[in-house]
Design a protein around this ligand. Structure first.
Ligand SMILES: Cc1ncc(C[n+]2csc(CCOP(=O)(O)OP(=O)(O)O)c2C)c(N)n1
Ligand SMILES: [Mg+2]
Length: 614
Protein backbone atom coordinates (compact mmCIF):
# COMPACT_ATOMS: atom_id res chain seq x y z
CA UNK A 1 0.00 0.00 0.00
CA UNK A 2 2.93 2.24 0.67
CA UNK A 3 3.36 3.53 -2.85
CA UNK A 4 6.13 6.05 -2.30
CA UNK A 5 8.07 4.07 0.27
CA UNK A 6 11.34 2.43 -0.70
CA UNK A 7 12.55 -0.53 1.33
CA UNK A 8 14.46 -0.25 3.50
CA UNK A 9 13.05 3.13 4.52
CA UNK A 10 15.87 5.73 4.49
CA UNK A 11 15.00 6.71 8.08
CA UNK A 12 14.68 3.15 9.41
CA UNK A 13 16.38 2.68 12.76
CA UNK A 14 16.39 6.35 13.72
CA UNK A 15 15.09 7.36 17.13
CA UNK A 16 12.09 9.60 16.70
CA UNK A 17 9.20 10.92 18.76
CA UNK A 18 5.75 9.47 18.25
CA UNK A 19 4.69 12.78 16.67
CA UNK A 20 7.61 12.69 14.22
CA UNK A 21 6.82 9.09 13.35
CA UNK A 22 3.21 10.06 12.69
CA UNK A 23 4.19 12.88 10.36
CA UNK A 24 6.76 10.74 8.55
CA UNK A 25 4.07 8.15 7.81
CA UNK A 26 1.71 10.85 6.57
CA UNK A 27 4.45 11.90 4.15
CA UNK A 28 5.11 8.28 3.15
CA UNK A 29 1.39 7.85 2.42
CA UNK A 30 1.51 10.80 0.03
CA UNK A 31 -0.27 13.34 2.25
CA UNK A 32 0.36 16.80 0.81
CA UNK A 33 -2.04 18.84 2.97
CA UNK A 34 -3.51 18.48 6.46
CA UNK A 35 -6.76 20.13 7.46
CA UNK A 36 -7.17 20.69 11.17
CA UNK A 37 -7.26 22.71 14.32
CA UNK A 38 -4.74 22.64 17.14
CA UNK A 39 -5.10 22.30 20.90
CA UNK A 40 -3.33 20.97 23.97
CA UNK A 41 -3.50 17.24 23.29
CA UNK A 42 -2.33 17.44 19.65
CA UNK A 43 0.38 20.11 20.12
CA UNK A 44 3.33 17.71 19.70
CA UNK A 45 2.01 16.56 16.30
CA UNK A 46 1.35 20.11 15.10
CA UNK A 47 4.88 20.96 16.11
CA UNK A 48 6.15 17.93 14.22
CA UNK A 49 4.39 19.12 11.03
CA UNK A 50 5.91 22.59 11.50
CA UNK A 51 9.38 21.07 11.83
CA UNK A 52 8.80 18.67 8.91
CA UNK A 53 7.87 21.60 6.68
CA UNK A 54 10.89 23.61 7.86
CA UNK A 55 13.22 20.64 7.22
CA UNK A 56 11.88 20.07 3.72
CA UNK A 57 11.47 23.70 2.69
CA UNK A 58 12.74 24.47 -0.79
CA UNK A 59 13.21 28.07 -1.90
CA UNK A 60 10.32 29.27 -4.02
CA UNK A 61 8.32 26.08 -3.41
CA UNK A 62 5.16 25.60 -1.36
CA UNK A 63 5.46 23.72 1.93
CA UNK A 64 5.27 19.96 1.39
CA UNK A 65 2.54 19.47 4.01
CA UNK A 66 0.70 22.75 4.64
CA UNK A 67 -1.63 22.95 7.62
CA UNK A 68 -4.94 24.49 6.65
CA UNK A 69 -6.86 25.79 9.64
CA UNK A 70 -10.60 26.39 9.31
CA UNK A 71 -12.90 28.08 11.82
CA UNK A 72 -14.34 24.84 13.17
CA UNK A 73 -13.18 21.22 13.23
CA UNK A 74 -16.36 20.09 11.46
CA UNK A 75 -15.06 22.02 8.47
CA UNK A 76 -11.62 20.42 8.76
CA UNK A 77 -13.37 17.07 8.32
CA UNK A 78 -15.38 18.30 5.36
CA UNK A 79 -12.30 19.91 3.79
CA UNK A 80 -10.51 16.56 4.04
CA UNK A 81 -13.60 14.87 2.60
CA UNK A 82 -13.82 17.41 -0.24
CA UNK A 83 -10.13 16.84 -0.98
CA UNK A 84 -10.71 13.10 -1.02
CA UNK A 85 -13.84 13.25 -3.19
CA UNK A 86 -12.15 15.49 -5.75
CA UNK A 87 -8.87 13.53 -5.91
CA UNK A 88 -9.57 9.92 -4.92
CA UNK A 89 -6.75 10.23 -2.35
CA UNK A 90 -7.14 9.84 1.41
CA UNK A 91 -7.95 13.23 2.99
CA UNK A 92 -6.38 13.90 6.38
CA UNK A 93 -7.81 15.85 9.27
CA UNK A 94 -5.95 16.47 12.54
CA UNK A 95 -7.66 17.78 15.67
CA UNK A 96 -7.23 18.02 19.40
CA UNK A 97 -8.98 15.92 22.05
CA UNK A 98 -12.45 16.42 23.52
CA UNK A 99 -14.35 19.20 21.71
CA UNK A 100 -11.96 19.20 18.75
CA UNK A 101 -12.54 15.51 18.19
CA UNK A 102 -16.29 15.55 18.84
CA UNK A 103 -16.65 18.36 16.29
CA UNK A 104 -15.51 15.89 13.64
CA UNK A 105 -18.16 13.27 14.39
CA UNK A 106 -20.50 14.62 11.70
CA UNK A 107 -17.94 14.55 8.86
CA UNK A 108 -16.77 11.11 9.98
CA UNK A 109 -20.30 9.72 9.80
CA UNK A 110 -20.82 11.59 6.53
CA UNK A 111 -17.74 9.90 5.05
CA UNK A 112 -18.83 6.45 6.23
CA UNK A 113 -22.28 6.91 4.75
CA UNK A 114 -20.88 8.08 1.39
CA UNK A 115 -17.87 5.66 1.40
CA UNK A 116 -15.21 8.39 1.40
CA UNK A 117 -11.66 7.56 2.53
CA UNK A 118 -10.37 9.85 5.26
CA UNK A 119 -7.98 9.56 8.19
CA UNK A 120 -8.77 11.63 11.28
CA UNK A 121 -5.93 12.00 13.78
CA UNK A 122 -7.19 13.05 17.20
CA UNK A 123 -5.07 14.07 20.16
CA UNK A 124 -6.14 12.37 23.39
CA UNK A 125 -5.37 13.10 27.03
CA UNK A 126 -2.30 11.22 28.35
CA UNK A 127 -2.85 7.48 28.79
CA UNK A 128 -2.72 7.74 32.58
CA UNK A 129 -5.59 10.27 32.51
CA UNK A 130 -7.84 8.37 30.09
CA UNK A 131 -11.14 7.59 31.78
CA UNK A 132 -10.77 10.21 34.56
CA UNK A 133 -12.88 12.96 32.96
CA UNK A 134 -9.67 14.87 32.46
CA UNK A 135 -9.65 18.33 30.89
CA UNK A 136 -10.77 18.04 27.26
CA UNK A 137 -11.30 14.33 27.44
CA UNK A 138 -14.01 12.60 25.40
CA UNK A 139 -14.41 8.86 24.85
CA UNK A 140 -13.56 9.13 21.17
CA UNK A 141 -13.11 5.43 20.49
CA UNK A 142 -16.64 4.76 21.79
CA UNK A 143 -18.21 7.77 20.11
CA UNK A 144 -16.50 7.19 16.78
CA UNK A 145 -16.87 3.42 16.99
CA UNK A 146 -20.42 3.74 15.76
CA UNK A 147 -19.65 6.40 13.16
CA UNK A 148 -16.34 5.48 11.51
CA UNK A 149 -15.24 2.57 9.32
CA UNK A 150 -12.67 1.83 12.01
CA UNK A 151 -11.21 3.43 15.16
CA UNK A 152 -7.83 2.96 16.85
CA UNK A 153 -6.88 4.17 20.32
CA UNK A 154 -3.10 3.90 20.50
CA UNK A 155 -2.11 2.87 24.02
CA UNK A 156 1.21 1.20 23.17
CA UNK A 157 3.61 3.69 21.56
CA UNK A 158 5.57 0.90 19.88
CA UNK A 159 2.44 0.17 17.84
CA UNK A 160 1.86 3.77 16.72
CA UNK A 161 3.78 3.40 13.48
CA UNK A 162 2.00 0.23 12.36
CA UNK A 163 -1.36 1.66 13.45
CA UNK A 164 -1.11 4.84 11.39
CA UNK A 165 -0.01 2.90 8.31
CA UNK A 166 -2.88 0.45 8.80
CA UNK A 167 -5.35 3.31 9.18
CA UNK A 168 -4.54 4.44 5.63
CA UNK A 169 -4.84 0.90 4.35
CA UNK A 170 -8.29 0.46 5.90
CA UNK A 171 -9.49 3.88 4.73
CA UNK A 172 -8.69 3.26 1.07
CA UNK A 173 -9.30 -0.46 0.61
CA UNK A 174 -12.51 -2.37 -0.07
CA UNK A 175 -15.47 -0.09 0.46
CA UNK A 176 -13.60 3.09 1.43
CA UNK A 177 -14.37 4.99 4.61
CA UNK A 178 -13.02 7.12 7.45
CA UNK A 179 -10.58 5.79 10.03
CA UNK A 180 -10.03 7.59 13.33
CA UNK A 181 -6.72 7.30 15.16
CA UNK A 182 -6.88 8.55 18.74
CA UNK A 183 -3.36 9.27 20.02
CA UNK A 184 -2.75 10.16 23.68
CA UNK A 185 -0.32 13.01 24.22
CA UNK A 186 2.30 10.83 25.94
CA UNK A 187 2.32 8.54 22.91
CA UNK A 188 3.06 11.55 20.69
CA UNK A 189 5.87 12.58 23.06
CA UNK A 190 7.35 9.08 23.38
CA UNK A 191 10.72 8.45 21.75
CA UNK A 192 11.64 5.19 20.13
CA UNK A 193 12.95 3.53 17.00
CA UNK A 194 11.30 4.19 13.65
CA UNK A 195 11.04 0.88 11.82
CA UNK A 196 10.03 2.22 8.43
CA UNK A 197 7.76 -0.73 7.75
CA UNK A 198 5.09 -2.90 9.27
CA UNK A 199 1.34 -2.94 9.63
CA UNK A 200 -1.00 -4.36 12.25
CA UNK A 201 -2.24 -7.91 11.75
CA UNK A 202 -5.81 -7.81 10.41
CA UNK A 203 -6.31 -11.39 9.29
CA UNK A 204 -10.09 -11.29 8.92
CA UNK A 205 -10.26 -7.96 7.07
CA UNK A 206 -7.38 -8.79 4.74
CA UNK A 207 -8.68 -12.27 3.97
CA UNK A 208 -12.11 -10.88 3.07
CA UNK A 209 -10.52 -8.17 0.93
CA UNK A 210 -8.28 -10.64 -0.85
CA UNK A 211 -11.28 -12.78 -1.72
CA UNK A 212 -13.12 -9.74 -3.08
CA UNK A 213 -10.14 -8.39 -5.06
CA UNK A 214 -9.37 -11.79 -6.52
CA UNK A 215 -12.94 -12.52 -7.45
CA UNK A 216 -13.27 -12.27 -11.20
CA UNK A 217 -16.37 -13.16 -13.19
CA UNK A 218 -16.26 -16.88 -13.98
CA UNK A 219 -17.20 -18.07 -17.50
CA UNK A 220 -20.50 -19.63 -16.32
CA UNK A 221 -21.40 -16.40 -14.54
CA UNK A 222 -20.54 -14.42 -17.67
CA UNK A 223 -22.66 -16.80 -19.72
CA UNK A 224 -25.60 -16.28 -17.35
CA UNK A 225 -25.22 -12.52 -17.71
CA UNK A 226 -25.01 -12.92 -21.48
CA UNK A 227 -28.29 -14.81 -21.41
CA UNK A 228 -30.04 -12.12 -19.35
CA UNK A 229 -28.74 -9.28 -21.52
CA UNK A 230 -29.43 -11.23 -24.69
CA UNK A 231 -33.05 -11.76 -23.65
CA UNK A 232 -33.53 -8.09 -22.77
CA UNK A 233 -35.02 -5.58 -25.17
CA UNK A 234 -34.80 -2.63 -22.77
CA UNK A 235 -31.70 -2.94 -20.55
CA UNK A 236 -30.75 -0.04 -18.28
CA UNK A 237 -27.69 0.59 -16.15
CA UNK A 238 -28.25 2.19 -12.75
CA UNK A 239 -24.81 3.40 -11.60
CA UNK A 240 -23.93 4.68 -8.15
CA UNK A 241 -21.10 6.23 -6.16
CA UNK A 242 -19.20 2.97 -6.18
CA UNK A 243 -18.31 3.61 -9.82
CA UNK A 244 -16.64 6.89 -8.85
CA UNK A 245 -14.94 5.51 -5.72
CA UNK A 246 -13.78 2.40 -7.59
CA UNK A 247 -12.25 4.50 -10.41
CA UNK A 248 -14.48 2.52 -12.76
CA UNK A 249 -16.01 5.36 -14.79
CA UNK A 250 -13.91 4.57 -17.87
CA UNK A 251 -14.81 0.88 -17.67
CA UNK A 252 -18.48 1.73 -17.25
CA UNK A 253 -18.40 4.08 -20.24
CA UNK A 254 -16.66 1.41 -22.34
CA UNK A 255 -19.15 -1.27 -21.25
CA UNK A 256 -22.27 0.82 -21.80
CA UNK A 257 -20.89 2.21 -25.05
CA UNK A 258 -19.91 -1.20 -26.47
CA UNK A 259 -23.50 -2.48 -26.34
CA UNK A 260 -25.50 0.76 -26.35
CA UNK A 261 -26.97 0.38 -22.88
CA UNK A 262 -28.48 3.61 -21.49
CA UNK A 263 -27.26 4.75 -18.08
CA UNK A 264 -28.92 6.57 -15.21
CA UNK A 265 -26.96 7.48 -12.09
CA UNK A 266 -27.70 8.07 -8.44
CA UNK A 267 -26.90 11.39 -6.78
CA UNK A 268 -23.54 9.89 -5.76
CA UNK A 269 -22.90 8.48 -9.22
CA UNK A 270 -23.18 11.78 -11.09
CA UNK A 271 -20.23 12.11 -13.46
CA UNK A 272 -19.74 8.34 -13.82
CA UNK A 273 -20.92 8.90 -17.38
CA UNK A 274 -20.87 12.17 -19.29
CA UNK A 275 -24.27 13.70 -18.55
CA UNK A 276 -24.39 15.32 -21.99
CA UNK A 277 -24.31 11.97 -23.85
CA UNK A 278 -27.56 10.91 -25.59
CA UNK A 279 -27.70 7.59 -23.72
CA UNK A 280 -27.19 9.26 -20.31
CA UNK A 281 -30.48 9.78 -18.51
CA UNK A 282 -28.92 11.77 -15.65
CA UNK A 283 -30.12 11.21 -12.09
CA UNK A 284 -32.92 8.86 -11.04
CA UNK A 285 -34.87 8.75 -7.80
CA UNK A 286 -36.84 11.07 -5.55
CA UNK A 287 -35.72 14.17 -7.47
CA UNK A 288 -34.41 12.41 -10.54
CA UNK A 289 -35.31 13.44 -14.06
CA UNK A 290 -38.75 12.30 -15.17
CA UNK A 291 -37.19 10.58 -18.20
CA UNK A 292 -34.78 8.58 -16.01
CA UNK A 293 -37.56 7.47 -13.69
CA UNK A 294 -39.84 6.52 -16.57
CA UNK A 295 -36.98 4.57 -18.15
CA UNK A 296 -36.58 2.68 -14.85
CA UNK A 297 -40.29 1.89 -14.95
CA UNK A 298 -39.99 0.72 -18.57
CA UNK A 299 -36.75 -1.27 -18.50
CA UNK A 300 -36.86 -5.05 -18.65
CA UNK A 301 -33.33 -5.64 -17.32
CA UNK A 302 -31.81 -3.41 -14.65
CA UNK A 303 -28.06 -3.52 -14.12
CA UNK A 304 -27.09 -1.94 -10.78
CA UNK A 305 -23.40 -1.02 -10.62
CA UNK A 306 -21.87 0.30 -7.38
CA UNK A 307 -25.32 1.38 -6.20
CA UNK A 308 -27.34 0.22 -3.22
CA UNK A 309 -31.08 0.71 -3.86
CA UNK A 310 -31.23 3.34 -1.13
CA UNK A 311 -34.55 4.86 -0.10
CA UNK A 312 -34.05 8.02 -2.21
CA UNK A 313 -33.91 5.72 -5.25
CA UNK A 314 -36.06 2.74 -4.30
CA UNK A 315 -38.46 4.48 -1.89
CA UNK A 316 -40.72 1.52 -2.36
CA UNK A 317 -38.47 -1.45 -3.20
CA UNK A 318 -41.42 -3.62 -4.24
CA UNK A 319 -42.41 -1.05 -6.87
CA UNK A 320 -38.88 -0.28 -8.04
CA UNK A 321 -38.20 -1.27 -11.66
CA UNK A 322 -41.54 -3.09 -11.87
CA UNK A 323 -41.11 -4.25 -15.48
CA UNK A 324 -37.62 -5.63 -14.99
CA UNK A 325 -37.67 -9.36 -15.53
CA UNK A 326 -34.19 -9.52 -14.06
CA UNK A 327 -31.86 -7.38 -11.98
CA UNK A 328 -28.08 -7.73 -11.91
CA UNK A 329 -25.93 -6.16 -9.21
CA UNK A 330 -22.18 -5.44 -9.19
CA UNK A 331 -20.66 -4.23 -5.91
CA UNK A 332 -17.46 -4.38 -3.87
CA UNK A 333 -19.39 -4.87 -0.62
CA UNK A 334 -21.04 -8.30 -0.22
CA UNK A 335 -23.42 -6.91 2.41
CA UNK A 336 -25.17 -4.83 -0.26
CA UNK A 337 -26.28 -7.84 -2.31
CA UNK A 338 -29.97 -8.62 -1.70
CA UNK A 339 -30.04 -6.07 1.15
CA UNK A 340 -32.97 -4.04 -0.15
CA UNK A 341 -33.95 -5.67 -3.41
CA UNK A 342 -33.55 -9.32 -4.38
CA UNK A 343 -31.42 -9.70 -7.51
CA UNK A 344 -31.08 -12.47 -10.06
CA UNK A 345 -27.41 -12.16 -10.84
CA UNK A 346 -24.62 -10.57 -8.84
CA UNK A 347 -20.90 -10.14 -8.69
CA UNK A 348 -18.86 -8.96 -5.70
CA UNK A 349 -15.53 -7.57 -6.77
CA UNK A 350 -13.66 -4.63 -8.27
CA UNK A 351 -15.97 -2.91 -10.73
CA UNK A 352 -13.43 -1.96 -13.38
CA UNK A 353 -12.08 -5.50 -13.71
CA UNK A 354 -15.58 -6.96 -13.69
CA UNK A 355 -16.88 -4.59 -16.37
CA UNK A 356 -13.80 -4.92 -18.58
CA UNK A 357 -13.86 -8.70 -18.24
CA UNK A 358 -17.53 -8.96 -19.03
CA UNK A 359 -17.26 -6.59 -21.99
CA UNK A 360 -14.42 -8.65 -23.45
CA UNK A 361 -16.35 -11.88 -22.85
CA UNK A 362 -19.49 -10.56 -24.56
CA UNK A 363 -17.51 -9.13 -27.46
CA UNK A 364 -15.71 -12.46 -27.78
CA UNK A 365 -19.10 -14.16 -28.07
CA UNK A 366 -19.92 -11.83 -30.96
CA UNK A 367 -22.68 -10.20 -28.91
CA UNK A 368 -24.08 -7.32 -30.96
CA UNK A 369 -27.48 -6.40 -29.62
CA UNK A 370 -29.91 -4.20 -31.46
CA UNK A 371 -31.60 -1.85 -29.06
CA UNK A 372 -32.76 0.60 -31.72
CA UNK A 373 -36.38 0.61 -30.49
CA UNK A 374 -35.27 1.17 -26.90
CA UNK A 375 -32.93 3.97 -27.98
CA UNK A 376 -35.79 5.62 -29.84
CA UNK A 377 -37.96 5.26 -26.74
CA UNK A 378 -35.23 6.81 -24.56
CA UNK A 379 -34.80 9.71 -26.99
CA UNK A 380 -38.55 10.24 -26.93
CA UNK A 381 -38.68 10.18 -23.11
CA UNK A 382 -35.83 12.70 -22.95
CA UNK A 383 -37.62 15.00 -25.38
CA UNK A 384 -41.16 14.69 -24.06
CA UNK A 385 -40.35 14.81 -20.34
CA UNK A 386 -37.36 17.17 -20.52
CA UNK A 387 -36.39 19.12 -17.41
CA UNK A 388 -38.09 22.49 -17.37
CA UNK A 389 -39.18 25.33 -15.10
CA UNK A 390 -41.01 28.64 -15.20
CA UNK A 391 -38.98 30.71 -17.65
CA UNK A 392 -41.37 33.61 -18.11
CA UNK A 393 -41.98 35.14 -14.66
CA UNK A 394 -40.46 38.20 -13.02
CA UNK A 395 -38.53 36.43 -10.29
CA UNK A 396 -35.19 34.71 -10.78
CA UNK A 397 -35.66 30.97 -10.84
CA UNK A 398 -32.81 28.98 -9.24
CA UNK A 399 -32.62 26.66 -12.24
CA UNK A 400 -31.81 29.65 -14.43
CA UNK A 401 -28.84 30.58 -12.24
CA UNK A 402 -27.37 27.10 -12.63
CA UNK A 403 -28.04 27.02 -16.36
CA UNK A 404 -26.27 30.36 -16.67
CA UNK A 405 -23.19 29.14 -14.77
CA UNK A 406 -23.23 25.85 -16.66
CA UNK A 407 -23.21 27.70 -19.96
CA UNK A 408 -19.80 29.06 -18.95
CA UNK A 409 -18.29 26.05 -17.19
CA UNK A 410 -19.54 23.43 -19.70
CA UNK A 411 -19.49 20.40 -17.44
CA UNK A 412 -15.84 20.90 -16.45
CA UNK A 413 -16.18 22.66 -13.06
CA UNK A 414 -16.05 21.06 -9.63
CA UNK A 415 -19.38 21.72 -7.91
CA UNK A 416 -19.91 21.31 -4.17
CA UNK A 417 -23.28 21.89 -2.51
CA UNK A 418 -25.08 22.37 0.77
CA UNK A 419 -28.21 20.33 1.35
CA UNK A 420 -31.70 21.24 0.29
CA UNK A 421 -33.45 22.40 -2.83
CA UNK A 422 -30.33 24.11 -4.20
CA UNK A 423 -28.49 20.78 -4.00
CA UNK A 424 -31.16 19.07 -6.09
CA UNK A 425 -31.33 21.89 -8.66
CA UNK A 426 -27.54 21.69 -8.98
CA UNK A 427 -27.74 17.91 -9.47
CA UNK A 428 -30.43 18.35 -12.11
CA UNK A 429 -29.21 21.35 -14.12
CA UNK A 430 -25.39 21.12 -14.16
CA UNK A 431 -23.57 19.01 -16.73
CA UNK A 432 -20.72 16.80 -15.54
CA UNK A 433 -18.35 15.40 -18.12
CA UNK A 434 -16.07 13.53 -15.70
CA UNK A 435 -16.12 11.82 -12.32
CA UNK A 436 -14.98 13.62 -9.14
CA UNK A 437 -16.51 16.94 -10.18
CA UNK A 438 -19.69 16.57 -8.13
CA UNK A 439 -19.23 16.79 -4.36
CA UNK A 440 -22.34 16.43 -2.26
CA UNK A 441 -23.35 14.93 1.04
CA UNK A 442 -25.56 12.22 -0.36
CA UNK A 443 -26.43 9.77 2.34
CA UNK A 444 -26.25 11.95 5.46
CA UNK A 445 -27.46 15.08 3.69
CA UNK A 446 -25.39 17.35 5.93
CA UNK A 447 -26.12 21.06 5.67
CA UNK A 448 -22.86 22.99 5.93
CA UNK A 449 -20.96 20.52 3.73
CA UNK A 450 -20.64 22.72 0.65
CA UNK A 451 -18.23 25.50 1.55
CA UNK A 452 -15.59 23.45 3.39
CA UNK A 453 -15.82 20.64 0.81
CA UNK A 454 -15.21 23.20 -1.95
CA UNK A 455 -12.18 24.56 -0.07
CA UNK A 456 -10.74 21.05 0.30
CA UNK A 457 -11.38 20.31 -3.38
CA UNK A 458 -9.43 23.39 -4.38
CA UNK A 459 -6.34 21.80 -2.77
CA UNK A 460 -7.02 18.52 -4.55
CA UNK A 461 -7.35 20.01 -8.02
CA UNK A 462 -5.49 23.31 -8.16
CA UNK A 463 -6.32 25.18 -11.33
CA UNK A 464 -9.82 23.72 -11.67
CA UNK A 465 -12.71 26.05 -11.14
CA UNK A 466 -14.49 25.14 -7.89
CA UNK A 467 -18.04 26.35 -7.27
CA UNK A 468 -20.02 26.01 -4.07
CA UNK A 469 -23.76 26.10 -4.76
CA UNK A 470 -25.15 26.81 -1.34
CA UNK A 471 -28.43 27.62 0.37
CA UNK A 472 -28.95 30.59 2.67
CA UNK A 473 -29.47 28.19 5.58
CA UNK A 474 -26.82 25.58 4.71
CA UNK A 475 -24.08 28.17 4.34
CA UNK A 476 -24.88 29.59 7.77
CA UNK A 477 -23.89 26.25 9.31
CA UNK A 478 -20.18 26.70 8.55
CA UNK A 479 -20.26 30.40 7.76
CA UNK A 480 -16.94 30.92 9.54
CA UNK A 481 -15.25 29.30 6.54
CA UNK A 482 -16.01 32.32 4.39
CA UNK A 483 -12.92 33.80 5.99
CA UNK A 484 -10.86 30.63 5.42
CA UNK A 485 -11.13 31.21 1.67
CA UNK A 486 -9.66 34.72 1.90
CA UNK A 487 -7.09 33.78 4.56
CA UNK A 488 -5.54 31.21 2.24
CA UNK A 489 -6.60 32.96 -0.98
CA UNK A 490 -8.52 29.90 -2.16
CA UNK A 491 -10.32 31.00 -5.33
CA UNK A 492 -13.66 29.27 -4.66
CA UNK A 493 -16.79 30.69 -6.21
CA UNK A 494 -19.61 30.71 -3.65
CA UNK A 495 -23.22 31.01 -4.82
CA UNK A 496 -25.89 31.59 -2.21
CA UNK A 497 -29.30 30.78 -3.66
CA UNK A 498 -31.29 32.87 -1.21
CA UNK A 499 -34.92 31.87 -0.83
CA UNK A 500 -35.02 33.27 2.69
CA UNK A 501 -35.55 29.97 4.37
CA UNK A 502 -35.11 26.24 4.58
CA UNK A 503 -36.62 25.77 1.15
CA UNK A 504 -36.62 21.98 1.08
CA UNK A 505 -38.26 21.84 4.49
CA UNK A 506 -40.83 24.39 3.33
CA UNK A 507 -41.53 22.30 0.23
CA UNK A 508 -42.33 19.29 2.44
CA UNK A 509 -44.40 21.50 4.72
CA UNK A 510 -46.37 22.68 1.67
CA UNK A 511 -46.93 19.07 0.60
CA UNK A 512 -47.51 17.32 3.90
CA UNK A 513 -48.24 19.94 6.61
CA UNK A 514 -50.69 22.34 4.96
CA UNK A 515 -48.02 25.03 4.50
CA UNK A 516 -47.37 25.52 8.20
CA UNK A 517 -43.76 26.75 8.05
CA UNK A 518 -42.70 25.65 11.52
CA UNK A 519 -39.12 26.78 12.07
CA UNK A 520 -38.22 27.08 8.40
CA UNK A 521 -39.00 30.69 7.48
CA UNK A 522 -36.09 33.15 7.44
CA UNK A 523 -37.47 36.27 5.79
CA UNK A 524 -37.02 38.24 9.02
CA UNK A 525 -33.42 37.14 9.47
CA UNK A 526 -31.09 40.10 9.19
CA UNK A 527 -27.86 38.68 7.81
CA UNK A 528 -26.39 40.67 4.96
CA UNK A 529 -24.35 38.10 3.03
CA UNK A 530 -22.58 40.77 1.01
CA UNK A 531 -21.44 42.81 3.99
CA UNK A 532 -20.41 39.61 5.75
CA UNK A 533 -18.28 38.59 2.77
CA UNK A 534 -16.78 42.07 2.52
CA UNK A 535 -15.95 41.94 6.22
CA UNK A 536 -14.07 38.71 5.50
CA UNK A 537 -12.03 40.35 2.76
CA UNK A 538 -13.97 39.40 -0.38
CA UNK A 539 -13.20 41.66 -3.31
CA UNK A 540 -16.12 40.23 -5.24
CA UNK A 541 -19.36 40.10 -3.24
CA UNK A 542 -22.45 40.87 -5.28
CA UNK A 543 -26.18 40.45 -4.78
CA UNK A 544 -28.39 40.02 -7.82
CA UNK A 545 -32.17 40.21 -7.71
CA UNK A 546 -33.11 41.29 -11.23
CA UNK A 547 -33.39 38.72 -13.94
CA UNK A 548 -31.92 41.01 -16.56
CA UNK A 549 -28.65 41.35 -14.60
CA UNK A 550 -28.08 37.64 -14.17
CA UNK A 551 -26.01 36.76 -17.30
CA UNK A 552 -23.62 39.70 -16.88
CA UNK A 553 -23.11 39.22 -13.13
CA UNK A 554 -22.59 35.47 -13.48
CA UNK A 555 -19.97 36.13 -16.18
CA UNK A 556 -18.09 38.59 -13.96
CA UNK A 557 -18.38 36.25 -10.99
CA UNK A 558 -16.93 33.23 -12.79
CA UNK A 559 -14.18 35.32 -14.38
CA UNK A 560 -13.09 36.82 -11.03
CA UNK A 561 -9.65 35.45 -10.16
CA UNK A 562 -9.95 35.15 -6.35
CA UNK A 563 -12.54 34.02 -3.81
CA UNK A 564 -15.93 35.41 -4.80
CA UNK A 565 -19.44 35.37 -3.40
CA UNK A 566 -22.61 35.78 -5.42
CA UNK A 567 -25.94 36.00 -3.65
CA UNK A 568 -28.95 35.45 -5.88
CA UNK A 569 -32.37 36.36 -4.55
CA UNK A 570 -34.56 33.62 -5.99
CA UNK A 571 -38.27 32.85 -6.11
CA UNK A 572 -38.94 31.71 -2.52
CA UNK A 573 -41.80 29.49 -3.71
CA UNK A 574 -39.78 27.54 -6.28
CA UNK A 575 -40.11 23.79 -5.71
CA UNK A 576 -37.94 20.87 -6.76
CA UNK A 577 -39.60 18.73 -9.41
CA UNK A 578 -39.91 15.97 -10.32
CA UNK A 579 -40.63 14.45 -6.94
CA UNK A 580 -41.34 10.87 -5.98
CA UNK A 581 -42.88 11.03 -2.51
CA UNK A 582 -41.25 8.99 0.24
CA UNK A 583 -42.32 5.35 0.14
CA UNK A 584 -43.83 5.74 -3.33
CA UNK A 585 -43.28 4.11 -6.70
CA UNK A 586 -42.14 6.10 -9.75
CA UNK A 587 -45.61 5.84 -11.26
CA UNK A 588 -46.72 8.25 -8.52
CA UNK A 589 -44.06 10.83 -9.43
CA UNK A 590 -45.27 14.41 -9.56
CA UNK A 591 -43.63 16.55 -12.18
CA UNK A 592 -44.97 20.03 -11.36
CA UNK A 593 -46.33 22.59 -13.78
CA UNK A 594 -43.48 22.68 -16.29
CA UNK A 595 -42.63 19.04 -16.94
CA UNK A 596 -45.31 16.81 -18.50
CA UNK A 597 -46.38 13.72 -16.60
CA UNK A 598 -47.57 10.45 -18.03
CA UNK A 599 -49.79 9.76 -15.03
CA UNK A 600 -52.47 11.88 -13.42
CA UNK A 601 -50.81 12.00 -9.97
CA UNK A 602 -51.05 15.43 -8.38
CA UNK A 603 -49.08 16.94 -5.49
CA UNK A 604 -52.00 16.49 -3.10
CA UNK A 605 -52.05 12.79 -3.89
CA UNK A 606 -48.74 12.26 -2.08
CA UNK A 607 -49.58 9.95 0.76
CA UNK A 608 -49.10 11.75 4.07
CA UNK A 609 -48.87 8.38 5.82
CA UNK A 610 -45.70 7.55 3.98
CA UNK A 611 -43.91 10.51 5.59
CA UNK A 612 -44.08 8.63 8.88
CA UNK A 613 -41.04 6.79 7.59
CA UNK A 614 -38.91 9.96 7.61
C1 LIG B 1 -27.24 19.60 9.64
C2 LIG B 1 -28.62 19.48 9.07
N1 LIG B 1 -29.68 19.91 9.79
C3 LIG B 1 -30.93 19.81 9.28
C4 LIG B 1 -31.15 19.26 8.06
C5 LIG B 1 -32.57 19.12 7.50
N2 LIG B 1 -32.70 19.94 6.29
C6 LIG B 1 -32.61 19.43 5.05
S1 LIG B 1 -32.72 20.58 3.84
C7 LIG B 1 -32.94 21.80 4.97
C8 LIG B 1 -33.12 23.22 4.53
C9 LIG B 1 -31.93 23.75 3.81
O1 LIG B 1 -32.10 25.13 3.57
P1 LIG B 1 -31.13 25.88 2.58
O2 LIG B 1 -29.72 25.53 2.88
O3 LIG B 1 -31.45 27.33 2.57
O4 LIG B 1 -31.46 25.20 1.20
P2 LIG B 1 -32.78 25.36 0.29
O5 LIG B 1 -33.58 24.12 0.49
O6 LIG B 1 -33.50 26.59 0.73
O7 LIG B 1 -32.23 25.46 -1.09
C10 LIG B 1 -32.94 21.28 6.26
C11 LIG B 1 -33.15 22.08 7.49
C12 LIG B 1 -30.01 18.80 7.36
N3 LIG B 1 -30.12 18.23 6.17
N4 LIG B 1 -28.76 18.95 7.88
MG1 LIG C 1 -32.80 28.42 1.50
Amino acid sequence: MNAVLKTPHPLAGQTMTGADILVQILADEGVDVVFGYSGGAILPSYDAIFRFNARHAKPGMAEPMPLIVPANEQSAGFMAAGYSRASGKVGVCMVTSGPGATNTVTPVRDCTADSIPMVVICGQVPTAAVGTDAFQEAPISSIMGAAAKHVFLVTDPTKLEATVRTAFEIARTGRPGPVVVDIPKDVQNWSGPFKGEGRLPLPGYRARLKAVYENTIKPEQAAAFHELLGAAKRPLIYAGGGVIHGEAAQSLRAFAGAFGIPVTTTLMGIGAVDTTEPLCLQMLGMHGTAFANYAVDDCDFLIAIGARFDDRVAGNPAKFAPSARAIAHFDIDPSEINKVKRVHWHHVGELNRALDGLREYLAGQGFKPDYADWHAHIADLKKTYAMNYERGGELIQPHAVIEEINRLTQGEAIVATGVGQHQMWAAQYFDFKSPRLWLTSGSMGTMGFGLPAALGAAYAQPGKIVIDIDGDASIRMNFGELETATTYNIPVKIVVLNNYGDGMVKQWQRLFFESRYAGSEKSLHTKDFIKAAEADGYKFAVRVGHKADLPRVVREFIAFPGPALLEVVIDPMASVYPMVGPGQGYDQMITGEWIPSRTAAKPDKVDAQSTQMF
